[in-house]
Design a protein around this ligand. Structure first.
Ligand code: 5GP
Length: 141
């Protein structure tokens, strides 16, 4: 079944669209965490960031890049958090890649991205070395 965001792309569900091109689209979040909270999506449906083909990943980043200042300026925000919930365990509810642009304001009571995860792990140096080596090896595979 098509995701709720694919239905927005098809015009079956209304949205406050703020940008659209051939491959990407952006619209206001229906339950904004701040004024201007915007979602940026690839029009084609992929669940995770790493599922996106290379060209589409670049298109998505280009759209984020141009919309961040547009969103911040529209609501006079001095900053924003830009984030993806990438997978269900990370809190992704809609299985169609979407970047959140959440405008932030001085003293808005919110938190930095460091507040997302649970208790920070206590990792020994050799564990950190091992993790770094595995990431590097996976990237070369
Ligand atoms: P997630 O947790 O998957 O990263 O975030 C999904 C986001 O989509 C939520 O912030 C939610 O408010 C937003 N959302 C869910 N359904 C709709 C919808 O039909 N229209 C719009 N504009 N946003 C939606």
């Amino acid at each position: 079944m098509a995701s709720i965001f694919s239905r927005i792309v098809e015009g079956e569900i209304p949205a406050r669209t703020v940008y659209e091109d051939e491959t990407t689209m952006a619209f206001l979040d229906a339950n904004p965490l701040a004024p201007g909270h915007t979602l940026v999506i690839p029009k084609e449906e992929y669940e995770r960031l790493n599922d996106l083909p290379e060209g589409l990943a670049s298109d998505l980043y280009d759209t984020l890049h141009r919309l961040i200042p547009a969103v911040e300026d529209a609501v006079d925000a001095p900053a924003s958090n830009v984030a993806f919930n990438n997978g269900e365990a990370a809190g992704q509810e809609v299985p169609h890649v979407h970047g959140h642009i959440i405008p932030r304001f001085e003293d808005d009571g919110g938190n930095p991205i460091h507040a997302i995860a649970g208790s920070p792990p206590d990792l020994a140096d050799d564990e950190l070395d091992d993790i770094a080596e595995r990431i590097s090896a996976n990237n070369q595979a």
